[in-house]
Design a protein. Structure first.
Lengths: 500, 319
């Protein structure tokens, strides 16, 4: 049989068991979805397949022959290529150079330019038969000038340059893509499947899986929890397999009652985005901002928080009107959760305690000194409160799973005790279990603590689930906020695409 | 703007021309004479050659602080060999070999101990200086005349057709070789890739450690060659020579568009960066500007060059 078969694959890191025996099969010419919560062992399995990690036990066969890559180069030689979640490109180099990286055709170490050009052109053509010219994916374009969707395509092009490429591993390929780019990606994946490649597709989005995958395997706690044909399983079945329990209601909704206006923007314009935005946010309310990636949602939050320049219009926090810096906003009780958790939101090398207390270091000791014991005590409190899975308050944030990292980022806002929470993509790269916990937390904050919450999200379904009102951002213009009762997912999606 | 992006060395080239014209206007007529141009080119040789190696190191995202000590060591080795009666070519080869060995040591420490290159080369900077002093018995070493002096000396009468002393041609040749390697070889691509995103390079099967070794080794080799040129000027082996040269070399690379974060830099740019500093020094001397003023001006130019580069890049991304 052609394809990859894994039997009883196991891997332990010290005392931590990442994989306890996974069985997994992907055939040539199929897209196989690999599902599981963060920390379930998906990444370890993918790393093993890509040759970056060696398994402790179990067996792998590729097209019937034993497959034991000793490093990524060996995996690559065997025809297995990984498109990782971290955008693995060299920004200073051109598309062609990135596509060929590590496999440059040479004679005595000197590049064969003609051949290099031909290989790259062939790969670019394979992912976009309509012609690379139309899609701006020129071989000599610098990668740092490309958008996230184009970068993703460059990575796939790189993966398929190898004529022997048989197995393609896509690790959360849509996590930073907008809707248009997702469509382009799907058509590429479908084309590669027709060309006979075996494709492993990892994603948290069940709607994507339903569209693109033929079969799926769920991994839970390092073991195979189930496998089957996508067409024969309902989303509820799959979620139950992933969580090990059924999630009855992903979106809890307490009887929230909006109070006074605490944050208001009037004709707010940034440089260059947003173009114009007006809204009012009340205590005890969750306001959702929908919109495509690049429509100016993030820029709106940054302008409100004082991170980006405000060109025109005003922001009122309580009674305060006027210019503000992030420090001033925090003092006024406004906190921002960044969409870029690793780059901006958290200091991954520092501990949970350090990250938690970073914005409010006073009151942690006498005379303005900071007592590490009090930092740890505060961290321990929030670890329990939010159910952060970690080794303790001294664990580096980088060692946590995505969902737990996000909880730390949220805990910082709670520790600071802000009244207004600006949350930018609070569930990006977060598994279903942690997502449910974050939704419950948002509901609780708005209802019990009477906080005001502004949520930006790419998922219309999520916004309809958690928000009281939703406003849609389209090309920098923020539409009127409407109660969720008057909206459904379809209406929001149409509006953010500019079709209404 | 578009050209600047494609040819990053155009910036420093323009700077050299502008500064030269300013001095040509201000300074007495002798500044613009052909001999002065030749002299300035000769004075750029040591920094220029070392800058080729440093460009590679900086492209890689590394740094080499041991260049100055390595150059001094090289002059000592060269002088010792000549003193023992070795022919000039052998003495030069030995000096370059000592540079290569020092560079490979840097590479070995960086790759096997996984210590940041700043610390490694801070250590070897001191150690190589000590080695040079030990070999030279803490003294200058006089060497018999061997012909090496002619490398950067003004051309003797009758050789005017060569335009520049041989050392300048050697500098241009090494620069051209290194620049060609960056563009036309797999190794060059891999250096760029590691500097731009090391994790990606590793993922793509680039032998990151081997490339780093090679690059630090090459940087050492070029420092050794620069040492031969330095010996040519000094005509003695001097273990206390070239203190702080590494900073001048780094400045040349940075003025030439190099980024200490890696992934950016240009051999030609570094060469113009080195030339720019020579022009300022020589021009200032012609104008009778005191040495301390020159230092301030040169320091200001390093910061200005980088600031201009940032501003240009910011305006590009804003579009």
């Amino acid at each position: 049989m052609s394809g990859l078969v894994a039997r009883g694959v196991a891997k332990a890191y010290g005392a931590t068991i990442a994989l306890a025996g996974v069985d997994f099969e992907v055939h040539a010419g199929e897209v196989h979805a690999l599902l599981g919560e963060n920390g379930a062992g998906k990444s370890t399995l993918v790393k093993i397949l890509a040759g970056a990690v060696r398994p402790d036990g179990g067996s792998l066969t590729l097209d019937g022959a034993p497959y034991t890559p000793k490093d990524p180069a060996a995996a690559r030689a065997a025809g297995v290529r990984l498109v990782s979640q971290e955008r693995a490109l060299c920004p200073h180099m051109t598309v062609e150079e990135n596509v060929l990286l590590g496999g440059e055709p040479t004679r005595l170490g000197v590049l064969r330019r003609e051949e290099a050009r031909a290989i790259a052109a062939r790969a670019l053509l394979a992912i976009d038969p309509k012609g690379a010219k139309k899609h701006r994916l020129r071989p000599d374009a610098l990668v740092r000038d490309l958008g996230p969707g184009e970068r993703q395509l460059v990575e796939i092009a790189r993966a398929i340059t190898e004529p022997r490429c048989r197995l393609l591993l896509l690790d959360e390929p849509t996590s930073s893509l907008g809707a248009d780019d997702v469509e382009a990606l799907f058509s590429v994946v479908a084309r590669l499947r027709e060309a006979g490649l075996a494709i492993v597709y990892i994603s948290h989005h069940l709607d994507e899986i339903r569209r693109i995958a033929d079969r799926f395997t769920v991994i839970r706690d390092g073991r195979t929890a189930g496998t089957g044909r996508v067409a024969e399983a309902t989303p509820a079945d799959i979620v139950t397999m992933m969580a090990g329990r059924s999630i009855e209601d992903l979106y809890p909704r307490s009887p929230r009652v909006p109070g006074d206006v605490i944050l208001a923007a009037r004709d707010l314009a940034g440089a260059p985005l947003p173009v114009r935005a007006s809204f009012e946010l009340r205590r005890g309310e969750v306001l959702g901002i929908a919109g495509l990636v690049g429509s100016g949602r993030t820029e709106l939050l940054r302008a409100i928080f004082g991170l980006d320049r405000v060109r025109r219009g005003e922001v009122r926090v309580g009674a305060y009107v006027g210019p503000a810096s992030p420090a001033a906003r925090l003092a006024q009780g406004v906190g921002l959760l960044s969409e870029d958790r690793g780059g901006e939101g958290l200091a991954l090398g520092l501990t949970i305690a350090d990250n938690l207390t970073l914005s409010r270091l006073f009151g942690l000791g006498p005379l303005g000194f900071v007592a590490p014991s009090r930092m740890r005590a505060a961290a321990t409190r929030f670890i329990e409160k939010l159910g952060i899975v970690c080794a303790g308050p001294d664990a580096p944030v980088g060692s946590l799973s995505g969902g737990n990292q996000q909880k730390v980022a949220l805990a910082r806002l709670l520790y600071h005790d802000v009244d207004v929470l600006l949350l930018d993509e609070p569930t990006r790269g977060v598994d279903v279990g942690a997502r449910a916990a974050i939704y419950a937390l948002i509901d609780k904050l708005a209802w019990e603590a009477n906080k005001a919450v502004l949520v930006v999200s790419s998922s219309a379904e999520e916004l309809v689930g958690i928000a009281d009102r939703i406003a849609v951002m389209h090309k920098g213009e923020l539409g009127p906020a409407r109660p969720v009762g008057e909206l459904d997912v379809r209406a929001v999606m149409l509006e953010q695409a500019g079709a209404s | 703007m578009k050209y600047l992006r494609k040819y990053p060395f155009l910036g420093p080239l323009v700077a050299v021309v502008v500064v030269y014209v300013i001095f040509a206007i201000l300074a007495p007529g002798s500044f613009t004479r052909a001999e002065n141009l030749t002299t300035m080119a000769g004075q750029t040789v040591v920094v220029g050659i070392a800058a080729s190696g440093m460009t590679l190191v900086i492209l890689l995202g590394g740094i080499d602080l041991s260049v100055g000590s390595n150059v001094a060591l090289s002059t000592v080795v060269c002088a010792l060999c000549l003193k023992e009666g070795a022919p000039a070519i052998l003495a030069a080869a030995a000096a370059m070999a000592s540079g290569l060995a020092a560079g490979l040591l840097n590479g070995a420490l960086v790759t096997t101990l996984r210590i940041t290159p700043f610390i490694v080369t801070l250590g070897t900077m001191r150690a190589l200086r000590g080695l040079a002093k030990g070999l030279a018995d803490e003294q200058k070493i006089d060497a018999p005349s061997s012909g090496i002096e002619a490398l950067v000396a003004p051309l003797p009468p009758g050789y005017g057709w060569a335009l520049f002393p041989p050392g300048v041609w050697i500098m241009l040749a090494t620069s051209a070789l290194v620049a060609a390697m960056l563009v036309y070889t797999k190794g060059g691509r891999h250096i760029m890739a590691i500097g731009s995103n090391e994790a990606t390079a590793r993922l793509c099967g680039v032998r990151v450690e081997r490339v780093k070794w090679l690059v630090y080794g090459l940087a050492g080799l070029f420092a050794g060659l620069a040492g031969v040129m330095e010996f040519s000027t000094l005509t003695v082996g001097d273990p206390t020579d070239s203190m702080g040269l590494e900073l001048e070399v780094i400045a040349a690379v940075v003025i030439g568009g190099g980024s200490l974060a890696g992934g950016e830099g240009s051999v030609a740019g570094a060469l113009f960066g080195a030339l720019l500093m020579t022009v300022i020094r020589t021009g200032s001397t012609y104008l009778g500007i005191e040495n301390w003023v020159q230092d301030i001006v040169t320091g200001g130019i390093v910061v200005t060059a980088v600031a201009l580069d940032r501003a240009r890049r910011a305006s590009e991304t804003r579009r």
